[in-house]
Design a protein around this ligand. Structure first.
Ligand SMILES: [Zn+2]
Length: 115
């Protein structure tokens, strides 16, 4: 079958289109039983831009797997990818905060020393 939104060919068991992410008509939430699985894509992209390129890219890879697995009907796989993406985002934020402290604390001490 084909996506009503973008016309991409999609798996008959798919609940959302893997290409554009739009729920397939008559399935997904309307069919019931398909839990919403957060992809954490926004957080993954933000951590890549503002903090950690390598860790952020890993998070983006897992975040992108969430919708792909959902589209394949693999709910458990999507939830696992979602948790992994979230874990990488949290790790990135912690590393980013620790990393910025390394710069911020000496800067504060330098300013304090000059005052
Ligand atoms: Zn589509």
């Amino acid at each position: 079958m084909f996506c009503a939104e973008c016309g991409a060919e999609i798996n008959d068991k798919a609940v959302i289109c893997p290409k554009c992410g739009v729920p397939v008509a008559g399935r997904g939430m309307a069919a019931g039983g398909t839990p919403a699985v957060p992809s954490h894509m926004v957080g993954a992209v933000l951590t890549t831009i503002f903090c950690c390129l390598i860790g952020g890219i890993v998070a983006i890879i897992y975040a992108s797997q969430v919708n792909t697995k959902l589209a394949q009907g693999d709910i458990a796989g999507a939830q696992a990818a979602s948790r992994t993406a979230q874990g990488w985002i949290i790790a990135n934020v912690i590393i980013g905060l620790l990393g910025s402290l390394v710069y911020i604390i000496p800067a504060i001490l330098a300013v304090a020393a000059e005052a």
